[in-house]
Design a protein. Structure first.
Length: 871
């Protein structure tokens, strides 16, 4: 083949530069071949500057000969007589193997003068550089190779016209050169059979971060992102969900998980604001803060900027300044607009690709995660627990109520039980109830877990509440809160729903001096705490005693009042200064299969609610519960106590069940049967009543977007006979009344509200499951607390929320050498004593056990920048 024929073959292959820009390789070669200079250079850029990227290093270490062969073909095609490989010195193994390969090629006459007896001569050298990210730009790399500072040059002239030492030059990266021998050996058509029309061939990606399988993977271009992350990477390997992936290194962009169906090619990634780059992919989960991610990558590019052009030099530094302010709690909403303008200026006016792409992390996180920025600025919260200036401790930050957990643990450790209870109560007005049924978000981020096991924070505030109640001192603390109420503002607020969210909002609003009326459709307050959670988990006398506090504070309750039946939204909004919808998610989702209308088929939550009110119909001796969440387990354990034979059926494996792990273990202790990997297909009946359920047997497939193995149908079915079926596959918001009134709701019925203030429109607000969909009681209460603060600010133009708290002094000593000790466990009623009654299972901590557990806290709140925006 002649040089022109080689270039034609490369052009027809559609090979694009694998270094990041994706420029057609054949066109670059044409430009160099067209130059008539006697001396031409080709260069291999083997200087990987992306954190976490090591594709080129692996390729060189694995097969340096392919790289040399590609460069020989390129030199022959373009007429280059000299070349060198620019590699960073900290790749010692790659350098060693390249040296050996080059020497071997010279020995065999493949490098040097008159190669293989032809007129073609080519000399190849190895240049070791110090490594700089900006040297990914061609002219900066050339300057570095010449012994100068690595700084880009304006174009024209282009390197193909005037490059290394003033001679025409072509630069490609390692992976591009390694593709050349394959194209020439197999032909352009064979190469184009893989990949897409505009992005043919394969690409090596470096998959790192919060993913189970890290490493290098070579896949056809056009492969969907979710195939790479969930198929090859198998997700996080834990229950934590993936939030985003940063593609293209520090100059790439953050792509959110809901965009993972995108094919990985140059055009598709660019459309999302990201780039291919050299192939780096950093996977991030819920423990990653997107604002901090933007700050980190911006800090990297600011440090790597050569400083030659003002937009990049000043722009990256100013972006870093603003991002640092936001992550430290000093940002303002104006910063977001300023960042957006600055980022676009940086993109449009910078001299080289480093500056032009440096703003990508900022622009993409602003586009896809703007709410997170606003949370940092307005609410002074970093939900991921990364920005240390925005929280006291990881447990406090993870708690939706942001309870001062280290505070009450320290006070209890010092024997100051009344202070510990009072501190707890100011943060969580239902400490006894929540200590029993909370999902314990705090334990999921407890620093103690790095040593042995997390601290049982929930058991401790349950102990505080129970002890104060037994001593009769809880009412004394309540009296303090009553006496501390702010002066009457004259503002009247209506709350629809007396569940966890509504109660939380009422607690704070009435203490702020507002007149609060709570409308509830049931005969009593409590919502899911009363009507959804069985008494063996939460005795109702505990709940009733804690609810006395609301009446003492002056909250007015109107029971048996239904929205849309006894009153309408427009009536409430015209009568009250603010109206809060806290209607929960009390509607059961159906299965959508034949037979659901048969007698004996019960919606799970609806049945629990009816049972709590003594209205549930009698059930048969064989009961099937379909589902794997908390409602399913609560239903099954309630049926067990009624003496029925219970089987829980779930379509995934036990490891994938979303139910509370302690509740699941308790159900197994009680002898409840579990059948896994079964998907309901039809409910079978006779005479209008259920007789059995037909299930499709499933098997585990690839990892799906939830991070769990996808259940895949097999060709087998199984029928399980039963007298009653309980469907507990999820809940939904019953928002038909809102939709009919003209308010916007999501397709699944959730109310559309501002994610920080909870505002729907005008003086109407929404909180809890009605906004988020089914969540935990703590999350609902946390939203109630946040929105109460926002409403007070809206009505009174003030921020006095911190005045609802009280400063406490306690030891700030850190345990220097903590002794390993397991988490304390509450004693439980034996399983054989649980049938036929609804006595509380967990007996709670004794005083010594509670203090011992409190002393396990590592006190990660003891640091200079610990902060709580509310206290």
């Amino acid at each position: 083949m002649t040089g022109d024929q080689v270039i034609d073959e490369v052009l027809r292959s559609g090979l694009r530069g694998r270094g990041g820009a994706g420029f057609p390789t054949g066109k670059k070669w044409q430009l160099l071949r067209a130059q008539s200079a006697e001396v031409k250079y080709i260069i291999c850029n083997a200087d990987e500057g992306d954190p976490g990227a090591y594709m080129n290093r692996n390729e060189i270490e694995s097969d340096p000969h392919m790289l040399i062969e590609g460069m020989l073909i390129g030199a022959y095609a373009t007429g280059a007589s000299h070349g060198f490989i620019y590699v960073r010195a900290e790749y010692p193994l790659a350098v060693e193997r390249l040296k050996k390969a080059i020497e071997s090629a010279k020995v065999y006459g493949l490098i040097g003068d008159h190669i293989l007896g032809t007129d073609f001569s080519f000399d190849l050298e190895l240049v070791c550089g110090a490594g700089a990210f900006v040297c990914g730009e061609e002219t900066a790399l050339i300057a570095s190779a010449e012994g100068k500072a690595g700084r880009p040059l304006p174009r024209p002239p282009f390197p193909a016209q005037k490059g290394y030492k003033g001679y025409p030059t072509n630069i490609n990266n390692v992976e591009t050169w390694c593709n050349i021998p394959v194209i020439i050996a197999n032909g352009a058509e064979a190469f184009r059979k893989v990949g897409t029309e505009k992005s043919p061939g394969t690409k090596v990606f470096s998959l790192v971060g919060k993913v189970k399988n890290t490493g290098l993977v070579e896949l056809p271009l056009g492969t969907p992102l979710n195939t790479i992350i969930y198929g090859m990477g198998e997700g996080t390997g834990s229950r934590k969900r993936i939030r985003a992936v940063q593609t293209g290194g520090p100059s790439g962009g953050c792509i959110p998980a809901d965009q993972f169906s995108v094919p990985v090619d140059y055009e598709s990634l660019s459309a999302l604001g990201a780039i291919m780059g050299s192939g780096g992919m950093v996977v991030m989960d819920q423990d990653n803060c997107m604002v901090d991610v933007a700050r980190y990558f911006t800090g990297f590019t600011a440090a790597e900027s050569c400083g030659k052009c003002a937009p990049c030099r000043e722009g990256t530094s100013q972006l870093l300044r603003i991002l640092s302010n936001i992550t430290s709690g000093q940002g303002s909403l104006k910063d977001l607009e300023e960042m957006d303008q600055l980022a676009h200026t940086l993109k449009d006016a910078s001299l080289c690709a480093l500056g032009q792409t440096a703003a990508n992390p900022v622009l993409t996180t602003l586009q896809y995660f703007k709410e997170e920025y606003e949370k940092h600025i307005v609410d002074k919260r970093c939900l991921a627990g990364v920005c240390e200036s925005l929280y006291e401790a990881l447990c406090e930050n993870s708690c939706p109520l942001h309870m001062n957990i280290p505070g009450y643990l320290a006070l209890l450790s010092e024997g100051r039980i009344e202070d510990a209870y009072e501190l707890t109560l100011r943060d969580n007005p239902l400490p006894g109830s929540m200590g029993r049924i909370c999902h314990f978000h705090c334990q999921m981020r407890c620093r103690r877990e790095s040593l042995d096991e997390p601290v049982a924070q929930g058991e401790i505030h349950r102990y505080l509440a129970d002890t104060m109640s037994k001593l009769g001192k809880d009412r004394d603390i309540w009296l303090k809160l009553v006496q501390e109420k702010k002066k009457d503002t004259g503002k009247e607020i209506a709350i629809v729903g007396a569940g966890p969210a509504g109660l939380s909002a009422a607690f704070y609003l009435v203490r702020l001096g507002h007149r609060v009326t709570v409308y509830e459709s049931h005969p009593k307050a409590g919502g899911i705490l009363r009507y959804g959670i069985p008494s063996y988990r939460l005795p109702k006398d505990i709940l009733d005693r804690e609810l006395e506090l609301w009446k003492k504070l002056g909250v007015r309750f109107i029971y048996n009042w239904k929205l849309g039946q006894d009153g309408h939204i427009d009536e409430l909004t015209s009568r009250y200064d603010a109206v809060i919808l806290a209607i929960g998610a009390q509607g059961d989702k159906g299965l959508g299969i034949p037979g659901e209308n048969l007698s004996g088929v019960h919606p799970g939550y609806e049945w629990l609610e009816a049972f709590a009110q003594g209205k549930a119909k009698k059930v048969g001796s064989r009961c099937l519960v379909i589902g794997g969440g908390n409602v399913a387990i609560d239903t099954a354990r309630t049926l067990f106590r009624l003496g029925t034979d219970v089987t829980v059926v779930y379509r995934r494996s036990r490891a994938e069940m979303p139910a509370n792990a302690l509740e699941l273990a308790g159900a197994e202790e009680e002898g409840i049967r579990f059948e896994y990997m079964l998907q309901p297909e039809a409910i079978l009946g006779s005479g209008g009543h259920v007789q059995a359920v037909r299930f499709r047997v499933m098997k585990g497939g690839g990892i799906d977007e939830s991070g769990r193995p996808r259940p895949v149908p097999t060709d087998r079915t199984v029928d399980i006979p039963c007298d009653d079926v309980f469907v507990a596959v999820g809940e939904r918001v019953l928002s038909e009344v809102l939709a009919q009134a003209g308010f916007r709701v999501e397709q699944d019925g959730r109310i559309i509200a501002n994610h920080i203030t909870g505002n729907v429109t005008g003086n109407l607000y929404a909180i809890g499951d009605a906004v988020t969909g089914p969540s935990t009681a703590a999350e609902a209460m946390g939203l109630g607390k946040t929105v109460a603060r926002a409403i007070d600010h809206a009505l009174m133009n003030r921020d006095v929320f911190s005045e609802l708290y009280k400063p406490y002094s306690y030891s700030m000593t850190i345990p220097l050498e903590p002794n390993p000790s397991p988490m304390g466990k509450s004693k439980l009623v034996p399983p054989e004593e649980r049938k036929g009654n609804f006595q509380e299972i967990s007996l709670g901590f004794s005083g010594d056990e509670a203090i011992r557990e409190a002393q396990r806290c590592l006190r990660c709140d003891v640091r200079a920048n610990a902060m709580s925006p509310w206290r």
